[in-house]
Ligand binder design. Structure first.
Ligand SMILES: C[S@@+](CC[C@H](N)C(=O)[O-])C[C@H]1O[C@@H](n2cnc3c(N)ncnc32)[C@H](O)[C@@H]1O
Length: 250
């Protein structure tokens, strides 16, 4: 293969990768957001705040900072919230601060959000806003409970369970209610790169939802992987994606 001389010289100027010479700079110039009537002007498609806020427990595996939840709630102003995969209770803490009633559940206490039977206990309650931060398939394992989505053996099994979960939640939305899902793509040892953000949209659309605003790319500040050194070569993923859906036809 003939190499374009420009790239060849660029490659030659790239220093060898080792911990001494690797650049670890942390600044990027973000585009200016247009001024608009949003009550949360800093909430844009690039969510880059490095402080997680004092919500939930940072030590909980898969914990997400609460500020993005807070900003979404301030933007959409729901009357009540449902968090079916609460983990360390980040969303519940945000709701407490904002004085919004919130129902929190998790498989750890026996609520399997992928099982329609679990939802019978909610007595046909409806929600203006559902916040969900599901497992990124088996990237992190959560519990040994049957039904835990992080314990599914194959991608097909995970997607089956994830699809049922999205359908169950979609049925709980009030008219105009919003369903926000935070999800990340994932590089699986056996399956390779799995675009879970693509599957999220596909399953949400199949459940009769439509996306109601831009993807929100959340910069993954504080991810444990960012402090690791790997021998292999790959393009690091430094974000996950928050997608907000509503019932199609709203
Ligand atoms: C990414 S963590 C959520 C972390 C949370 N956002 C926080 O900040 O602490 C995913 C959660 O989903 C729960 N989970 C997995 N499968 C579930 C299921 N079928 N039903 C309900 N919860 C489930 C796990 O126990 C775990 O707490």
């Amino acid at each position: 293969m003939r190499i374009n001389p420009f790239y060849e010289s660029t490659w030659k100027s790239v220093p060898p990768i080792n911990s001494e010479v690797r650049s670890r700079k942390q600044s990027a110039l973000l585009p200016l957001a247009p001024i608009n009537a949003s009550p949360v002007p800093h909430l844009t498609s690039l969510y880059h705040f490095s402080r997680p806020g004092y919500y939930g427990k940072r030590s909980y595996p898969g914990n997400c900072g609460g500020n993005i939840i807070r900003d979404l709630l301030l933007y959409f102003q729901p009357r009540n919230v449902f968090d079916p995969m609460t983990g360390s209770g980040t969303c519940a803490d945000v709701c407490r601060e904002l004085e919004i009633p919130c129902l929190s559940k998790d498989i750890r206490e026996g609520f399997d959000a992928s099982n329609p039977a679990s939802f019978e206990s909610l007595n046909s309650k409806r929600f203006d806003f559902i916040w969900a931060h599901p497992p990124y398939w088996r990237q992190k394992l959560y519990t040994m409970m049957p039904g835990d989505m992080s314990r599914t053996d194959s991608l097909a099994e995970f997607l089956e369970s994830y699809g049922r979960f999205i359908k169950n939640c979609a049925a709980l939305l009030t008219d105009g209610g919003k369903f926000a899902i935070l999800m990340g793509d994932y590089n699986d040892r056996a399956e390779g790169f799995v675009s879970l953000t693509y599957y999220t949209k596909r399953l949400a659309f199949e459940a009769g939802l439509r996306q109601c605003c831009t993807d929100i790319i959340r910069f993954s500040h504080g991810a444990s992987s960012s402090r690791k050194v790997y021998r292999s070569s790959f393009i690091p993923g430094l974000h996950d994606v928050c997608m907000v859906f509503e019932k199609a036809g709203n």
